[in-house]
Design a protein around this ligand. Structure first.
Ligand SMILES: [Zn+2]
Length: 326
């Protein structure tokens, strides 16, 4: 991250800190999350005991978040800081935490939760050299888009809340239980999409710009063929793009998945030259108007992919076996 931005943020932090402090109720637990998805989990489990702020708003590239003065103010006042981890926020979060002077949210303190702990990452690199990009050194950190990650994130959030506010443990556990029940019900629905994709005779292969949809596609059994970025975080060269286009043509890859911050010029060039469709998808809660919570985000992503791949509609819920017997 630009050190000038940090300096400006530190100066403004001094000016704004006092003003911002008066905005939240003093008796509420101040929870800061790096992504809106985790903010949703924290609000669902924390209820009226928490005041939750997300540092990103839903449409950013999380590998290089632009710092706002309010970002530092939020971290400085936090009782609990919840991040995704697996190096997703490594280019900006550690520096901000140091600048915030809030020891409560340092790594290793009860006020810091890293959801990547205990998550079995996919795409773990075998070549550990930093040459040519090193954004995913511990494997793919975009597991918030795994339909199977809901309970994992909910459990981490619960542990963090209980650690910093044990007096409210019972309330947190009750809400966590209700949320887990909703997640399990949703997972059942999402598995019907996986069955639908499994059953389809279509070639559901994709190329994507970055690797943020890998968990989602893995869940559906859709093979990711290549990335428009030669390595995570490295912009495409003409040579790499030509290789991707030729591979897409040879294998009739029908889809390029992208998001709002990707290089749209290279995405549309690859799609046009290979005769493929472009599907622009949100990567976070609030990334698009319909993704107002995490369950709706996953529901919407699966439905969008179903439509983009031209697969039939799911039968209404209750006809659980209809996908399998169709
Ligand atoms: Zn990434």
């Amino acid at each position: 991250m630009d050190s000038k931005l940090i300096t400006i943020a530190v100066i403004l932090f001094g000016m704004l800190g006092q003003a911002a402090f008066g905005l939240t109720s003093a008796d509420k637990l101040k929870v800061v999350t790096t992504v809106p998805d985790l903010a949703w989990f924290a609000s669902e489990i924390g209820g009226e005991q928490v005041d939750v702020t997300s540092l990103s708003k839903g449409r950013e590239n999380l590998h290089s978040l632009k710092v706002r003065p309010t970002t530092l103010v939020s971290i400085s006042k936090a009782d609990l800081l919840i991040e995704m981890g697996l190096s997703l926020e490594v280019t900006w979060l550690p520096e901000l935490v140091m600048a915030s002077r809030n020891r409560k949210v340092h790594v290793g303190q009860p006020g810091r939760v890293t959801c990547g702990d205990g998550w079995e990452a996919i795409d773990v690199p075998t070549d550990l050299s930093r040459e040519g990009g090193d954004l995913h050194p511990g494997g793919n950190p975009h597991f918030s888009l795994s339909p199977l990650a809901g309970t994992h994130m909910a459990d981490h959030v619960l542990r963090g809340l209980v650690a910093v506010a044990p007096d409210h443990e019972q309330k947190f556990r009750e809400r966590h239980k209700k949320l887990t029940e909703r997640l399990k019900k949703a997972e059942k629905r999402w598995k019907r999409y996986a069955a639908l994709f499994e059953q389809s005779k279509a070639k559901e292969m994709a190329v994507s710009y970055h690797a943020e949809f890998d968990y989602l596609l893995d869940f559906l059994g859709v093979g990711i063929e290549l990335y428009i970025e030669p390595k995570p975080g490295v912009p495409p060269t003409a040579g790499h793009l030509a290789k991707v286009i030729s591979h897409m043509r040879e294998n009739s890859v029908p889809m390029v998945l992208t998001t709002n911050w990707s290089n749209s010029k290279s995405v549309s060039m690859a799609a046009t030259r290979a005769g493929a469709k472009v599907s622009e998808l949100p990567t976070m809660v609030h990334g698009t108007p319909w993704a107002s919570d995490w369950i709706l985000l996953i529901d919407g992503l699966l439905e969008r992919l179903r439509i983009d791949y031209g697969l039939p509609e799911l039968e209404p819920e209750g006809a659980e076996n209809s996908v399998l017997i169709r």
